[in-house]
Design a protein around this ligand. Sequence first.
Ligand code: AMP
Ligand code: MG
Length: 401
Amino acid sequence: MLALEEARDRLLAAIQPLPPESVALPLASGRYLADSVRAANHLPPFDNSAMDGYAVLASDVAQASSTSPVTLRCIGETAAGQFPGGGMIAGQCWRLFTGSPLPDGADAVVMQEDTRPVDGQPQAVQVMDAVRPWENVRFRGEDVKAGATIAEAGARLDFGHLALLAATGVSEVTVVRRPVIGVISTGSELVEPGGALQPGQIYESNRRAIEVLVQRAGGVPRSYPVVPDDLKLTQEIFAMAFRECDAVVSSGGVSVGAHDHVKSAVEALGGRLDFWKVAIRPGKPFTFGHVDGRQFFGLPGNPVSAVVTFLLLVRPALIRMQGGVDVQLPVSFGVLAEPVTNRGNRRHFVRVRLDSRGRVRLSGLQGSHVMSSLAGANGLLDMPPEAHWEEGRMTEVIRID
Ligand code: AMP
Ligand code: MG
């Protein structure tokens, strides 16, 4: 049996990133950068005021206080979006607003709340507090220097990156193409939700989970009709999927049962398959292969096994297809609110719910067919074989939300 990490490494080693494409910044959320981006401009682009107030010379107001205010002559005003058409000297001040560029000569900003007007003297401003040199000034380039790297190749673009890229003038980025992922469910017992169930039938559900997980991993899911356990039909649907998609994820039909046709179908298409027994629960067996250079991921049919193997093995592969660097699920830390036991001899990924106060509870029964505890889970505990963890134990929770 393969250790999970070994299986993941093998799988990632077989993945090539897809080609890059250019997209407009508003469409780049969740995409992976193909090339690092350098700032074309300083951010901020000019020295500016952090406050509504008055540009001053700090030395003019060094002794100012509410009991002995310093009176200055206001000689100009610059609103945000304007540029000061002059400078100032000692004894003068200049009205500014948050983001207004500083006039030449000024070396600090007094906030409006520390000033007051003088009756009958419209140009006079009384300053009632001292400022240190450069107080309330935001410097050109203090956030980002022109030429600095602001986003690394392989980063997944999120709101923070998009705002930073926009702030330095970027309107378009080069990202890796999203992989189109064929999603196939196999099993003669499966019917589409909505219809009536005949005895022995169940509703098909894996595609709904896998589509969402593909999307969250940056891929574009393309679902195919449910494939009954028939070699010829299985071959037809798989052939179509491998023609239309960059990779295919199927569930079910990869065990040793007489009705498991996925292996034969993929091999009949000229594909190569590796059957892996990955030492995790829920999860084995997991199948990985290629058809014409396109990846094939064969997940177990049990809904929880399908989701867990997708998250631990397929998700990293999809991210790597997009050039993503960070392929692991994030973890949080929490405290067990109840004891948890793994009686089995395989590493168990236990479905749990981590609440907003950091407490961790089982989300329900842990059988690989139990879907209610999947619906209630936002995390997985990675529990070694034959382990018992007491209530109160601090533990890592793999975030699946
Ligand atoms: P299999 O791996 O094909 O032997 O399936 C294992 C178990 O998972 C069986 O109980 C199947 O009925 C169930 N199963 C397989 N595929 C799905 C699916 N797409 N939706 C819901 N249950 C499934
Ligand atoms: Mg089946």
